[in-house]
Write a protein that binds this ligand. Structure first.
Ligand code: ARG
Length: 265
């Protein structure tokens, strides 16, 4: 299945502030390595998979704009724009909103509660799986339900290292996910297992390698190359896996999925 993707080049990608435990002002990413890893990912999308990729211009001093998935959830051509928890990231919403308008996407709404787009939401079949706690507020899930008319499975995130749900959970197909259970509370783990037919479990170490921050078209999974064991689990479940180096972005708390916004029209 061909995907339409929006990405933002890491031209101004730096650690200018610390808003999650991965980020350290004293541990700056290498510009060269970040550019290399990002271009390699882009090459996988366009050359290997034949997906369509569009680009938004990066903005100086908005270093996290590179994590395009965080700007919104787009589904059925409708956009729910993010309202970022931290003031440092709030100006990103306007930039992305303008890009959507300029590119003909006009159904745009913004939540009134904190909501961080694809960072905290994924689409699984007809359902939306959504996280809350560190960034998005639970109240935003009701707003999503009303706007998209889809069931929202709300999961409470409890580990600050996995502040966004997409760092600990990935949707692999309409009925299969992979997740690190320790990132969410026990009732949320149970809820997930009751709602999703196939749940592959990952270890803490696998989650730390950002192998759960993945993009899948239902058959092929693009993910971090850091954990061979998780890649094997994906393969054993019947998926084709394209591993790629991405850990320069972990210095900011991000990976493959964070760099990738799906334009679902
Ligand atoms: N530094 C960014 C932040 O803390 C990283 C966001 C990564 N995005 C994601 N979808 N996990 O907000």
């Amino acid at each position: 299945m061909t995907k339409n993707i929006l990405m933002c080049e890491p031209k101004y990608f730096d650690i200018e502030y610390e808003i999650n435990p991965w980020m350290k002002l004293t541990d700056q990413p290498s510009d060269l390595t970040a550019e290399e890893q990002w271009h390699k990912l882009l090459g996988i999308y366009t050359n290997e998979l034949g997906w369509n990729v569009k680009f938004i211009d990066p903005v100086k001093h908005l270093p996290d704009m590179v994590f395009a998935t965080d700007c919104c959830l787009m589904l059925d051509g409708k956009i729910m724009l993010s309202k970022f928890r931290y003031p440092e990231r709030r100006p990103e919403s306007e930039r992305y909103k303008q890009w959507f308008i300029d590119n003909g996407f006009n159904k745009i709404k913004q939540t009134s509660n904190f909501f961080e787009g694809g960072g905290d939401t994924m689409v699984c079949g007809q359902k939306i799986i959504a996280g809350y706690g560190f960034r998005s507020q639970l109240e935003s899930h009701k707003e999503l339900e009303d706007y998209f008319s889809r069931e929202v499975i709300s999961l409470k995130i409890v580990d600050p290292f996995f502040y966004h749900l997409d760092t600990s959970l990935t949707v692999l197909s309409d009925d299969t996910i992979a997740f690190y259970p320790g990132a969410i509370d026990e009732p949320s783990q149970e809820l997930l297992r009751s709602k999703i037919p196939n749940c592959i479990e990952a270890t803490l170490e696998e989650a730390q390698g950002f192998g759960l921050n993945a993009v899948s078209d239902g058959k092929t999974i693009v993910t971090s190359d850091a954990n061979q064991s998780l890649i094997e689990k994906y393969r054993q479940a019947g998926f084709t896996v394209i591993p790629t180096p991405i850990l320069e972005f972990r210095k900011s708390g991000g990976g493959v999925k964070c760099l990738t916004l799906e334009l679902r029209s």
